[in-house]
Design a protein around this ligand. Structure first.
Ligand SMILES: [Fe+2]
Length: 449
């Protein structure tokens, strides 16, 4: 009987080395307009290391360079942080914000490629994925930075927050399109509840405090746990310099939302928020998977179902709905619609907690209610499907979904390019290794800043 941690086996088996490969084989036709880099992060401890929690595994970024219909290169690199060499997060001087796994997400803003992990400062990478070092916005960022910052598609601003298990619990930041922090404010009324993601609308910032909060007795290395006494709340804060003082917190049903698909104001001025959410049982199944404890799901997201909150500021009420029974995670949209009402949402489907169902790339049409799934096949697992708009697109779903599929039978991976409209496969790029299942990533077009 194996005692290997689930997050070191199967699709999650870490890569043991760093590769660079050029001139990759392409099946089908890569749209020439896909000229840029797909960069994706994962937790990938060095050989011989068994982290006590999946999230404690060192970050490794995988990049695929496409240009004019060709796949020029693949490379993977560990993010070289002090934590990669064992530096502790907690020191005698307090938290070391540079002791990061930098293993959760990777984004580009104002010409900087940043590997992110929520308890830390970002780490800047070169376009070829070498580590430059911790980045603190020229000395102006003194808190941790969420792994889920939001680029406002209208202004180009980067909205983000730093959360902490001790006061100040929540600090909100805005960097302008040039990357300079122009606004920072402590957010009143926040607690030590876990805040992994958030949302922005055209006029508001939406914070989510679920039922998972700081738990110093949790011994997995990630000191959080479900607490029935922790009030679940959504905080709606007007955007702008004086917004923090006007935040309003709304009580909601117990739950834990890991990722927001999007939020927006509807025509009646209500705030709509959607994202995959777990209840207490789902959280425990998930946490047990992440820590390797008994009583876990087949995957970390086996009981995660999309939830919708409709907050009516005028009435002071919140209506809540479960949108779909399918177990999904990694919600994505056409980010040109970030903060505005979107019609289409994409996600990855997972087997449910009974092991039923399979992996696929899901598309929801929120107008017709249609759900479409691109099945990836037996023993294959897709990564977060990143939406890239087509050149000159006039429809919201005129574009591509990019997903890296881990194939256990072939011990190989392909980058799939799907037509986001019908989910048909347009191209598959052969990668020189099986890419470890991981977390989030971004498409960085050459036209980026
Ligand atoms: Fe995340």
């Amino acid at each position: 009987m194996t005692t290997a941690k689930p997050y070191l086996t199967g699709h999650y088996t870490p890569a043991v080395d760093e590769l660079t490969a050029t001139g990759l084989t392409v099946e089908g036709t890569l749209p020439p307009e896909l000229t840029g880099r797909l960069v994706r992060n994962s937790h990938n401890p060095k050989p011989g290391i068994t982290p006590t929690h999946w999230f404690k595994g060192s970050g490794m970024v995988h990049g695929i360079r496409l240009r004019d219909g060709r796949a020029e290169w693949y490379r993977n690199r560990w993010v070289r942080t002090p934590a990669l060499d064992g530096a502790p997060y907690l020191t005698e001087h307090g938290p070391d914000l540079t002791a990061s796994t930098a293993g959760t997400h990777v984004i580009e803003h104002a010409g900087r490629l940043l590997a992110l992990s929520e308890a830390n400062l970002p780490f800047e990478l070169t376009p070829e994925l070498e580590t430059v070092g911790a980045y603190d916005f020229a000395g102006t960022l003194r808190t941790a930075m969420t792994a889920h910052p939001k680029v406002d598609p209208v202004s180009g601003e980067l909205h983000f927050f730093g959360s902490s298990p001790v006061p100040p619990y929540l600090t909100y930041h805005v960097a302008d399109a040039s990357g300079a922090i122009v606004h920072s404010a402590e957010v009143p009324g926040a607690s030590a509840a876990l805040k992994h993601d958030f949302a922005i609308t055209r006029h508001h910032v939406v914070f989510v405090e679920g039922s998972v909060t700081f738990d110093p007795a949790e011994h997995s290395g990630i000191p959080y746990g479900w607490d029935d006494e922790q009030p679940a709340r959504i905080g709606v804060m007007p955007r702008g310099a004086d917004g923090a003082g006007r935040i309003r917190w709304y009580p909601v049903e117990p739950g834990s939302l890991l990722h927001a698909a999007n939020a927006y104001e509807d025509e009646r001025g209500r705030i709509v928020l959607e994202g995959p959410t777990v209840d207490r049982e789902g959280f425990v199944l998930s946490w047990n998977w992440w820590t390797g404890a008994p009583g876990r799901g087949a995957e970390p997201t086996t009981a995660s179902r999309t939830r919708r909150w409709v907050i009516d500021p005028a009435a002071g009420t919140v209506a809540e709905y479960t949108v779909d029974d399918l177990a999904t995670e990694f919600p994505t949209i056409n980010e040109d619609l970030l903060g505005a009402e979107h019609r289409y949402q994409y996600a990855v489907s997972f087997p449910d907690s009974d092991g039923l169902g399979g992996y696929g790339v899901v598309k929801y049409d929120r107008v017709t209610g249609e759900r479409r799934i691109h099945e990836v096949g037996d023993a294959r697992m897709p990564s977060e499907a990143v939406f890239v708009p087509a050149a000159g697109a006039t429809r919201e779903d005129d574009g591509y979904l990019l997903t890296v599929v881990s194939d256990l039978k072939q011990d190989a991976s392909r980058l799939l390019v799907l037509d986001a409209s019908g989910l048909g496969q347009l191209a598959a790029v052969h990668l020189p290794r099986r890419v470890t299942a991981g977390i989030h990533g971004s498409w960085i077009p050459d036209t980026a800043h």
